[in-house]
Design a protein around this ligand. Structure first.
Ligand code: SF4
Length: 209
């Protein structure tokens, strides 16, 4: 299998402008918990950026549909490993789900397998699916040190989730909890910050925008 074939098999990667390296996105319309949360005023999903703008373009929608269909393929883990190793050579930081979320426990286990097979790359996976993560742990699962899974808080100015490992919050009228994301002070860019990938940072707090 070559890079071109792997790219076609998984529907390609994304290149978020804010981030240092490559990423991967699914449609935010397919978020399970997020689809319920976005209907709730002041929830962190109520301000979802991935339901508007370029995310509604025909080409982006088609790429998301291809990716969603591909996650159940037997070759998905190997394809993603090949691509992430290849595109992570220069910048070894990968961001999962710049849009969309984990679809199932099986999907999550596959992402963990990809991270385990790419020890030279740091992975960051934000998620609203605390239940999937808890089931994973209950079944004896553990995460490799190069994978930072951050469970996002439910409400703006709300507290971080507990008993799920790493977390993130959104501050608007309250103070940031833990590490305050500097992106809004540096042109909405990560710059040299790699806070989200850092497993020693318990909670990252993003400014609401
Ligand atoms: S905390 Fe750092 S790495 Fe995370 S989004 Fe903000 S700037 Fe980027």
């Amino acid at each position: 299998m070559n890079i071109k074939e792997a790219w076609a098999n998984v529907g390609g990667l994304s290149k978020p402008s804010k981030m240092p390296g490559y990423g991967y996105g699914l449609s935010a319309f397919e978020c399970d918990t997020g689809s319920k949360l976005r209907l709730i005023k002041n929830s962190t999903c109520s301000m979802c950026y991935a339901l508007k703008g370029r995310y509604t373009f025909k080409g982006v929608k088609a790429a998301h549909a291809n990716r969603l269909e591909s996650i159940t393929k037997d070759t998905w883990v190997d394809d993603m490993v090949l691509l992430i190793k290849h595109y992570g050579k220069k910048v070894p930081y990968f961001r999962w789900h710049d849009s969309g979320d984990i679809q199932s426990l099986d999907h999550f286990k596959k992402i963990v397998a990809v991270a385990m097979a790419t020890p030279g790359i740091k992975h960051w996976l934000p998620t609203r699916e605390a239940g999937i993560l808890k089931t994973f742990y209950k079944q004896g699962g553990s995460l490799p040190g190069n994978l930072a899974v951050r469970v996002s808080a439910t409400m703006i100015d709300g507290k971080p989730h507990s008993n799920v490992g790493l977390t993130s919050t959104v501050h608007k009228d309250s103070k940031a909890i833990g590490y305050s994301c500097p992106a809004n002070k540096q042109g909405n860019s990560c710059g040299s910050c790699r806070g989200c990938w850092n497993i020693n940072i318990e909670n990252v707090s993003y400014a609401a925008h």
